[in-house]
Ligand binder design. Structure first.
Ligand code: F6P
Length: 328
């Protein structure tokens, strides 16, 4: 806990954008102003901090954004912030405005930067998990995950229509970086026959055996959802193996890509973003620092940056067993 009282705070979004970031910015700005703080928006993440692209915000500057995807503050990945000189530049720009607290909305890379910065310059930093990947420990959900999964299932449902019409085998690749959560949730939600994720070993021989057994009994419609970080190297690679083993199968690949990052946030993402944003400011006011605000079992939970960054959420084996049973 820090004993210095914060009076002016900065908020930034960093790393890949995620739906709900705007709702979080709105909550931070309005809670800050409610408590009599000055709130500054730092543009393009740490890049804007270094380049002195920092704007004073008021309650109107966050009007009409809760329903919008992307981030009004824009976002970037900033290599210079990884250097001591870069961070010094950033600190000087905060200092000249008297900014004495920071809210960082982003993923693990953004928290790593915040942690070093906070130690070097004694500026309290609070993190909010903003990523579609749900790859951060200390929270049941990250801001944007629910929207991304819902976008994925709507797209896959459409694929299923044409897949059924043509008796095809579809291999759909979803995002998630090194995590398989989007694949797991969207695969279960669309009744996928197979879900391939980085967290579990993929037995391709077993998958081929089951597909060829299905081919024999004329079950030709099959959906395989693949996480981009899966060991085979994505949907294209999986499709090569499947096509080789099952030359008669009518195989198609669809990579959903960045559509998963955009669009209006779901109600759940707006809610958690608002909840977390409010508690980010409350945390700075009571002297917390170097923690990420998460939600576990619907309750606010604080996780030190090191832990949020190092530990990943675990996918229980139970889910994979259920997938197999439901897909038979
Ligand atoms: O972390 C969010 C994410 O969308 C990942 O799922 C994906 O691997 C990556 O970002 C894509 O990054 P970029 O937009 O830089 O291509």
């Amino acid at each position: 806990m820090s004993h210095k009282k914060v009076t002016k705070i900065g908020v930034l979004t960093s790393g890949g954008d995620s739906p709900g970031m705007n709702a979080a910015i709105r909550a931070v700005v309005r809670t800050g102003i409610y408590h009599g703080l000055e709130v500054y928006g730092i543009m393009r993440g740490y890049a804007g901090m270094l380049e002195d692209d920092i704007v004073l915000m008021d309650t109107r500057s966050v009007a009409n954004i809760i329903q919008r995807g992307g981030t009004i503050l824009k976002t970037a990945r900033c290599k210079e912030f990884m250097t001591p000189e870069g961070r010094q530049k950033g600190y000087d720009n905060l200092k000249k405005r008297g900014i004495d607290g920071l809210v960082v909305i982003g993923g693990d890379g953004s928290f790593r930067g915040a942690q070093i910065f906070s130690h070097e310059f004694d500026i309290p930093c609070i993190g909010l998990p903003g990523t579609i990947d749900k790859d951060i420990a200390g929270t049941d959900f990250t801001i944007g995950f629910d929207t991304a999964v819902n976008t994925a299932i709507r797209a896959i449902d459409k694929i299923r229509d044409t897949m059924e019409a043509h008796d095809r085998l579809f291999i759909v690749e979803v995002m998630g970086r090194d995590a398989g959560y989007i694949a797991l949730y969207s695969g279960i939600g669309t009744g996928a026959e197979n879900i391939l994720i980085p967290e579990t070993k993929t037995d391709m021989n077993e998958i081929i055996a089951s597909l060829s057994e299905k081919e024999k009994r004329r079950k030709l419609v099959n959906l395989i959802v693949v996480a981009e970080g899966e060991e085979f190297g994505g949907a294209q690679e999986v499709s090569k193996v499947v096509k080789e083993a099952l030359p008669k199968a009518d195989v198609r690949v669809c990579i959903l890509g960045h559509i998963q990052r955009g669009g209006a946030p779901t109600c759940q993402d707006r809610l958690i973003a608002s909840h977390m944003g409010y508690y980010a400011v409350e945390s700075l006011l009571v002297g917390r620092s170097n923690v990420m605000v998460g939600v576990i079992n619907n309750k606010i939970h604080y996780t030190p940056f090191d832990k949020a960054v190092k530990e990943k959420q675990r996918i229980g084996q139970e889910w994979m067993r259920i997938v197999k049973i439901l897909a038979s």
